[in-house]
Write a protein that binds this ligand. Structure first.
Ligand code: FAD
Length: 383
């Protein structure tokens, strides 16, 4: 245990049982496959079914839609254990904590019945496609269009950097249903990818880190989907995205905190073993000071995200506070992992040491989910 006297205030006995079960599952079922997944650039498809069977998908979805009937704390516990086991390439954060809530909050009863049980079992993998080759931060500038034709929308455009893109069966596409209306012309449309001739997956993109996570280009060419696949009202897509982004950003911040804690723990193990100049590396004052700083900052981050979680639970987590958590925690994640890598010496640069992989995996945390510059923009608006 990294902190001697701090416990997340939201963690209760029921969640501790889930925590134990999730830890065992990720350690025994996923960890042994991780090297294979890294080399193939994606997890095996069966991983989704296995996680579904173990009840680890869609934990916050109600039981009537196949979910576990929990809340965001349950998603958090599962996500944390996944990262502690070092198998963060499994795209459940996007699937369960980002995509499924759109259906729950804005979907029709028919949509919920049709998609959520299959997402909870792992039969369907979810993705969300906002980013395009020409626009990421400036979401209002998306060029993908969805034009009404009878009872269908015809979608044209391309998306990139889409998490779960290779496995996705159900993609929430951010598209302009009325390009003349700017952000008010954006709608969210669910595309079922199977047997849809207008949908094509592009390359599984090669990345600096997070190598077992599939990240893809997606193409839509006269891709027809029924109007009944629209999520919520036409033109409400941008507002829906803005409402859901705080949860997505908190989720990224929480993953950053787990990574900081894990980095400190493995570094402590290393510097207690490693010797230089006749003493343990831990015994140098510099090592103790560096790790003291890291541990202090990790605990500050932990208490902050815990407070944000409590706010999210009572519906008061605002966009600026979620942005603070996302920006600060991911910045600290990168700084702390860098310090921890330094304390490993040359070993820290070797793939076989976990810290090396964590360093590469961390970098994107400052970029996706809204870049940290955009987070500061959002915080700046409250000044
Ligand atoms: C591994 C990975 C997974 C991803 N998964 C998904 C996914 O599942 N779905 C999805 O839709 N997207 C996904 N993304 C995309 C990601 O969200 C975008 O890359 C991100 O939002 C930034 O957009 P961009 O790449 O177009 O950068 P740009 O918007 O082109 O930004 C370039 C630089 O300009 C800065 N900048 C832009 N605007 C401003 C401003 N107003 N003020 C100051 N600086 C600014 C940015 O901060 C950045 O430093 C993923 C990306 C990666 C790398």
């Amino acid at each position: 245990m990294l902190y001697e006297s701090y416990q997340s205030p939201w963690l209760d006995d029921e969640l501790r049982i889930l925590q134990d079960a999730a830890r065992k599952f990720f350690e025994t079922e996923f960890k042994p496959l991780n090297e294979k997944w890294i080399s193939q650039g994606k997890v095996d498809r069966e991983a989704w079914l296995k996680a579904g069977e173990a009840g680890l998908l869609c934990a916050e979805m109600p039981t009537e839609y196949g979910g576990a009937g929990g809340d965001y704390r349950h998603e958090t516990v599962i996500m944390e254990e996944m990262h502690r086991a070092g198998v963060g390439g499994f795209g459940n954060q996007v699937h369960s904590a980002i995509v499924a809530p759109y259906f729950l909050h804005y979907g029709t009863e028919e949509q919920k019945q049709r998609w959520l049980p299959k997402m909870a079992s792992g039969e369907m993998v979810g993705a969300i496609a906002m980013t395009e080759p020409n626009t990421g931060s400036d979401l209002q500038a998306v060029r993908t269009t969805a034009v009404r034709d009878g009872d269908d929308y015809v979608i044209n455009g391309s998306k990139t950097y889409i998490t779960n893109g290779q496995h996705a069966d159900l993609v929430i596409v951010v598209a302009k249903t009325d390009p003349s209306k700017g952000s008010k012309g954006i709608s969210l449309i669910a595309v079922e990818t199977a047997k849809n001739p207008g949908f094509q997956r592009g390359r599984n993109l090669k990345k600096m880190g997070q190598k077992s996570a599939d990240t893809s280009e997606l193409f839509f060419e006269d891709c027809r989907v029924p109007v009944s696949n629209r999520i919520g009202e036409e033109g409400h897509g941008f507002i829906q995205l803005m409402q859901q982004l705080p949860q997505e950003r908190l989720n990224i911040a929480q993953a950053a905190v787990v990574a900081m804690e894990r980095a400190i723990e493995i570094t402590l193990d290393y510097v207690k073993e490693r010797k230089a100049f006749g003493q343990r590396v831990l015994d140098f004052q510099n090592t103790k000071f560096k790790l003291a700083e890291c541990k202090t900052e990790a605990l500050i981050a932990r208490t902050f995200v815990d407070q944000c979680l409590l706010k999210l639970m009572d519906g008061t987590l605002d966009a600026a506070t979620a942005s603070m958590a996302k920006y600060w925690c991911t910045q600290k994640q990168c700084e702390i992992i860098d310090e921890c890598l330094q304390l490993h010496g040359g070993a820290g640069y070797m793939d076989e040491y976990e810290i090396s992989r964590m360093y590469a995996d961390a970098r994107v945390q400052k970029i996706y989910g809204g870049t940290n510059e955009i987070m500061k923009e959002l915080i700046g608006r409250t000044l």
